[in-house]
Write a protein that binds this ligand. Structure first.
Ligand SMILES: Nc1ncnc2c1ncn2[C@@H]1O[C@H](COP(=O)(O)OP(=O)(O)O)[C@@H](O)[C@H]1O
Ligand SMILES: [Mg+2]
Length: 354
């Protein structure tokens, strides 16, 4: 085959960015393709640090070598800074977040829709993709991260930071629990279950902020926050006081859940809050029994989240079916995304939006 720019672009378009589910040419990652005698040269452009850069470059070399075995391939990797995201200004007390790239809350209007399941599996997926990830379980009323990750009963260590001048300046930092490549923090590591339930108002709010602000996160690409369900005072205070990059809203397609999604969207878009919404994830979108893999049963209704997403001009980030292994994984502390399968695939796609 003769090497010309058009053919080279066509061949490179067979290389997909796994996290974005789109080919590198359409993503605008290929620039300045040149042919010089026996050499094909081009620039491979990444936006920000990309854990997948190495494997994508290798894949480019492979497809070009196959097509043009006599040519040398020279790829210049470039990292261009991400589009200027408004770097949220940190306030006093937010120092532990200074090395965290993106802080994303996982929210839902209604409880039991699978918010924690999504948060935990997404965290594991991002870690598997090579990112540094933390998850703060801020659901003071129903912390489920310890159970879902098999870290129940773990006791995080506390580091005492001496004040420079006086005793009273001593402060404490909580060291997150590390498992499955993710740093986990949960109010569940500290409170007995019956205790968390009686927390009200300011106390719940403080406890919740501690799970985020008083934790030694270190350097992270993503900090996910599993919020309690609802859109009450606690949420508003939280969402307002934490320097968020944005929110993901989880819902089932059921009418009662969708009504609460609208409340959630309105909260994040409220003038006093104004936080970015990445989009909506539809959980329990349908049920497929193992013995009838072609059949989809829309138990909670069909495409409910799509309709709401369209109404508010938000992307539908993904649809996750009702699968027995998701429930089992949650109950036995081994989230489904640890193994290959539809959940890991769906989560990778969602990761591409973040
Ligand atoms: N797609 C799914 N398929 C099967 N079970 C699920 C799915 N999503 C969530 N579950 C199960 O439903 C229950 C509630 O999910 P959870 O993530 O705790 O909800 P939330 O955090 O919104 O209250 C859990 O037992 C979980 O394992
Ligand atoms: Mg939960």
């Amino acid at each position: 085959m003769k090497a010309d720019i058009k053919t080279i672009n066509k061949i490179l378009a067979s290389v997909f960015h796994p996290a974005k589910d789109e080919n590198i040419v359409s993503l605008g990652m290929v620039e300045d393709v040149k042919i010089e005698e026996e050499k094909i040269k081009f620039k491979l452009v990444f936006t920000g640090r990309d854990a997948l850069a190495g494997s994508i470059k290798k894949e480019c070399e492979k497809v070009l070598n196959e097509a043009f075995p006599d040519m040398k391939i020279s790829i210049l990797e470039l990292v261009r800074e991400k589009k200027p995201e408004k770097k949220v200004k940190l306030e006093l007390g937010q120092e532990q977040l200074s090395d965290v790239d993106k802080i994303i809350v996982i929210a839902s209007g209604k409880g039991g829709v699978g918010k924690s399941t999504v948060a935990v599996n997404l965290a594991i997926t991002l870690a598997k993709m090579g990112y540094k990830v933390g998850l703060a379980d801020a659901d003071v009323y129903g912390p489920s991260v310890p159970k879902m990750t098999g870290t129940e009963g773990f006791m995080p260590e506390v580091e005492i930071i001496e004040g420079e001048n006086s005793e009273s300046e001593k402060s404490e930092l909580i060291i997150p629990i590390e498992k499955y490549g993710v740093k986990w923090m949960s109010i569940g590591y500290f409170a007995r279950p019956e205790q968390a339930l009686i927390w009200r108002g300011p106390m719940a709010c403080n406890a919740l902020k501690q799970m985020i602000l008083q934790v030694k996160w270190g350097r992270l690409d993503y900090l996910l926050i599993d919020l309690p369900p609802g859109t009450g005072d606690i949420h508003i205070s939280m969402v307002h006081d934490i320097p968020l990059s944005g929110a993901i809203i989880v819902s089932t397609p059921q009418a009662v859940a969708l009504a609460d999604v609208e409340k959630g969207v309105n909260m994040f878009r409220n003038d006093a809050i104004k936080k970015h919404i990445y989009g909506i994830i539809e959980n329990m979108a349908w049920f497929t029994p193992a013995e009838l893999p072609q059949n989809k049963y829309y138990i909670f209704g069909k495409d409910g989240c799509k309709a709401i997403a369209d109404k508010y001009d938000l992307p539908l980030l993904g649809q996750i079916p009702l699968i027995q292994s998701i429930r089992e994984g949650g109950d036995n502390g081994e989230p489904t995304a640890l193994t290959e399968g539809p959940v890991l695939e769906a989560m990778k796609k969602i990761a591409g939006y973040l």
